[in-house]
Ligand binder design. Sequence first.
Ligand SMILES: NC(=O)C1=CN([C@@H]2O[C@H](COP(=O)(O)OP(=O)(O)OC[C@H]3O[C@@H](n4cnc5c(N)ncnc54)[C@H](O)[C@@H]3O)[C@@H](O)[C@H]2O)C=CC1
Ligand SMILES: CC(=O)[C@](C)(O)C(=O)O
Ligand SMILES: [Mg+2]
Ligand SMILES: [Mg+2]
Length: 346
Amino acid sequence: MATINFGGVDETVITRDEFPLSKAREVLKDEVIAVIGYGVQGPGQALNMRDNGFNVIVGQRKDSSSWEKAKSDGFIEGETLFPIEEAVERGTIICNLLSDAGQIAVWPTIKERLKPGKTLYFSHGFGITFKEHTNIVPPANVDVILVAPKGSGTSLRRLFLAGGGLNSSFAVFQDASGKAFEKAIAMGIGVGSGYLFETDFKKEVYSDLTGERGVLMGALAGIIEAQYQVLRERGHSPSEAFNETVEELTQSLVPLVGENGMDWMYANCSVTAQRGALDWKGKFKDATLPVLNQLYDSVASGKEAERTIQRGSTPGYRQDLEEELKEIRESELWQTGAVVRKLRSK
Ligand SMILES: NC(=O)C1=CN([C@@H]2O[C@H](COP(=O)(O)OP(=O)(O)OC[C@H]3O[C@@H](n4cnc5c(N)ncnc54)[C@H](O)[C@@H]3O)[C@@H](O)[C@H]2O)C=CC1
Ligand SMILES: CC(=O)[C@](C)(O)C(=O)O
Ligand SMILES: [Mg+2]
Ligand SMILES: [Mg+2]
């Protein structure tokens, strides 16, 4: 474990140098890792673990599109691909990678088959933290661990194939075997994490729900729509409004932030831009702080979980989501985006 100072605060971080893949293989050599659910995280984690030499099987509803996807990814029916019940029976580490709402319906099936000594693994603190809503309360004689990659399962797989790793947080909720900590880290390395940051289930889910509803997804989409609308209403063309709101953000400025921080991005823009951005930054912060506090309160009170479960448990939830995404896709803003993306020079 390395102690790393983050802006003045010491934190412990697990690196692949001190916990190499060979050690992870040794820790998990006798385990059958059952990945339950083959949506977005399922494929990323299962394929990375399989390529890393672990004993991986997949459990998925038969005759679903995800079942077919698992087959096309090389999982073989009756050997490494099973209906959920059977995969849980066979697995010693049960990776619960169903959608957070789906985990509720399947929990009785999993719980019944959690023999003493098995390990229950999550990639989100949701089910355990919001147990009043999910009823997910594991028996005391199993280890309960978490590895939450901080990004999409798609990026987890892409980075792995490119020889890198996505950072993940990890946590132990219940240590029945005395080895839960080691297992969590080994799983973290196995799924293709770069660095591993320790947290607990509650902190993981509170920060994750806030982040995705806030800056990462909700606020991002909202502020983009607002600026595009202002520019259009003031007589700017779609391409000009899009270029100044999205294209420059994704193609030029955010990559600079990722590379070397906000001040570095600022320093690579004109002094005109820097002066203006520094003057306006405070106004945007003041305007959004109350919304972000409201968001955090909604997460911490369980309201966000309740809504996620309620909306995610209705039979047509996928179609409903797709309808809403379609509305975004078909808006003038994002239709303009589709055209602008084709105009990128290689
Ligand atoms: N999407 C991502 O990249 C990330 C997801 N996570 C977490 O990983 C876990 C899995 O998330 P995703 O891969 O996004 O899930 P997902 O929404 O893609 O669903 C995974 C699978 O669950 C199955 N499923 C849903 N309801 C079911 C039910 N009632 N019975 C049987 N199967 C059912 C679906 O068929 C699908 O194959 C969640 O806890 C999520 O919060 C964590 C980090 C990133
Ligand atoms: C990709 C990720 O980490 C998210 C946004 O939290 C999620 O998909 O739940
Ligand atoms: Mg996340
Ligand atoms: Mg999330």
